[in-house]
Design a binder for this molecule. Structure first.
Ligand code: GAP
Length: 514
């Protein structure tokens, strides 16, 4: 645990030191769970957004984009169920005065059991070596089976209590599991209460006529409200999807995990409109498709897993998370939800407007069912960033800090370094930059010895360093150094563009989705 915490602290401080993520309003001591993206963070975020947008909108001729407003008519949130049901169960510790999400306390307890299972697996893998069969071990080792049963039982009970709004039982569960306040160790808990997560605000200039509004807690409702506008103006035929990226706001109870759980964050959501009755098939397809997107980035297959929901949100008939191994363990990164006709049906009811589709194949009107994929852009940022940050032991007994970002997402693709600040080398470096900058983000760096500049670019996540030296003057070649292997090769300046393009081209990366 201490190592996990230490690793996570390193991620946070590296993000700050290299201009990726800053605490919001830091000069005023910050604002809790609100963050700003710095010069590199803004680029990384933009690249992740584009990687998602291309995969969803550009590569699917039946998915189109949308950019709906953050403010929506307040009835939207009544219809969507958020006014009545967008609550988290909160619990306070009477001694430490710390507030927690009751379900998260229980889930963290279960995560510890899962940690024990992982430990057993590691031990056995070491003992049995090559002959180790993990699948077999998980179902035959009695201790592991017991742990698994315990974890499943706890989650089932939690799911059921939450579904039945039985908050007394959630408290009972916390007491039975002997869960203590992580800050103080105290087990002196209040009752569990529901807390609505939406932020309220007002629209209008004078107090009497001002309208109470909410900041949207998800981008999805902008898509539902525009379903017919897009379907009609785009002459879309079912099945089709609408995708959008944008800010969402939630007054989170627990916000102690950097950009994992923020009060202002960005979502990348896609609603896929389908014939009623086909939702199972599309649910499986989109689960598979979204996992392929994640795997195409090469962060490691072992770092992902599906988690099927026991407790379903008020709108869903099936739901799964794609979980990622964050520095603090496996947690939700993306949700795949089968939302039935809940949203469109409810908006029909509240607005009095028909939100139906005439299906020429079936020769009838119906309210389409919806399959949703929903990923937090900031959470994806954290997944990519934390997974890429490595401390490497080098042969000469030194270490290097390197941010091995997937090259396609790296903020700066190449740094151009004149070996010395004289003999015309800076001019050549500038010329190279002036040529490459039309296609890639490139940087110039002439300060310090070249070795130190390499280290700086490694920590920054720049995949290539291009060094201009005296030989360049003679034969128009430079050395190109690869961040991940530290290998260097001598190539012609005229080949640079194609070498970089091959490594960072979205087409190459997205094609890995198959
Ligand atoms: N439209 C469905 C929906 O909003 P959700 O599971 O509540 O579903 C989807 O959210 C995704 O949004 C999550 O998987 C997560 O990546 C991201 N997300 C949710 N709350 C967040 C928060 N407070 N901070 C950062 N990301 C968040």
């Amino acid at each position: 645990m201490a190592k996990q915490e230490d690793d996570f602290k390193k991620v946070i401080s590296h993000a700050k030191e290299y201009g990726y993520v800053f605490q919001s309003s830091e000069i005023y001591d910050g604002l809790s769970a609100v963050y700003d993206y710095g010069q590199n963070g803004a680029e990384l975020k933009k690249n992740i957004r584009e990687y998602w947008w291309k995969a969803m909108v550009q590569l699917n001729d039946n998915i189109v984009g949308l950019d709906a407003a953050i403010f929506m008519h307040p009835t939207t949130w009544k219809a969507s169920g958020h006014v009545d049901a967008f609550n988290d169960p909160l619990i306070d510790n009477k001694d430490s005065k710390k507030r927690y999400r009751a379900d998260v306390l229980v889930e963290d307890y279960v995560a510890k059991i899962e940690g024990k299972i992982e430990k057993e697996v590691k031990k056995a893998a070491k003992r049995f070596g090559d002959s180790f069969d993990k699948k077999q071990f998980l179902v035959t080792n009695q201790r592991v089976v017991d742990y698994q049963e315990q974890a499943t039982g706890i989650l089932k009970r939690l799911g059921k209590s939450l579904e039945n709004e039985d908050l007394a039982d959630v408290k009972k569960l916390i007491e039975e599991l002997d869960i203590a306040c992580p800050m103080s160790g105290s087990k002196n808990w209040t009752d569990v209460k529901q807390f609505n997560l939406m932020f309220g605000t007002k629209l209008g200039a004078n107090a009497e006529s001002a309208m109470d509004l909410y900041l949207r807690p998800e981008t999805a409702q902008g898509i539902f409200a525009n379903f017919l506008n897009v379907q009609k103006s785009g002459r879309m035929k079912i099945p089709f999807g609408i995708a959008q990226t944008g800010k969402a706001f939630r007054n989170e109870i627990v916000a102690r995990q950097f950009i994992f759980r923020m009060r202002e964050f960005e979502q990348m959501e896609m609603q896929f409109f389908i014939q009623p009755g086909t939702q199972k098939e599309w649910y499986e397809k989109w689960k598979e498709n979204r996992m392929k997107w994640h795997l195409s980035l090469g962060l490691g297959e072992d770092n992902y897993r599906f988690h099927d929901h026991e407790k379903l949100a008020h709108y869903a008939d099936a739901a799964a998370d794609i979980e990622f191994r964050f520095p603090f363990g496996f947690k939700e990164l993306e949700g795949i939800h089968s939302r039935t006709d809940f949203d469109l049906g409810s908006h029909e009811k509240y607005s009095g407007k028909k939100l139906q589709y005439f299906d020429p194949e079936l020769n009838k009107n119906y309210v389409p069912y919806v399959l949703e994929t929903s990923i937090g852009l900031d959470r994806m940022f954290l997944a990519v960033f934390s997974n890429s940050l490595k401390e490497e032991q080098l042969e000469n007994n030194t270490t290097r800090t390197v941010l091995k970002l997937p090259a396609v997402l790296a903020p700066t693709k190449a740094a151009i370094l004149p070996l010395v600040k004289k003999d015309g080398l800076p001019d050549i470096a500038r010329k190279i930059i002036n040529d490459l900058k039309w296609d890639f983000n490139v940087a110039y760096d002439e300060k310090d010895a070249v070795g130190r500049r390499y280290r700086r670019q490694d920590a920054n996540g720049t995949p290539f360093c291009i060094t201009v030296d005296h030989q360049t003057i003679e034969d128009n070649t430079i050395t190109i150094r690869h961040r991940d292997t530290m290998e260097q090769e001598r190539v012609a300046i005229s080949d640079l563009k194609s070498i970089i393009a091959e490594a960072v081209d979205m087409r190459t990366w997205l094609k890995r989705m198959g």
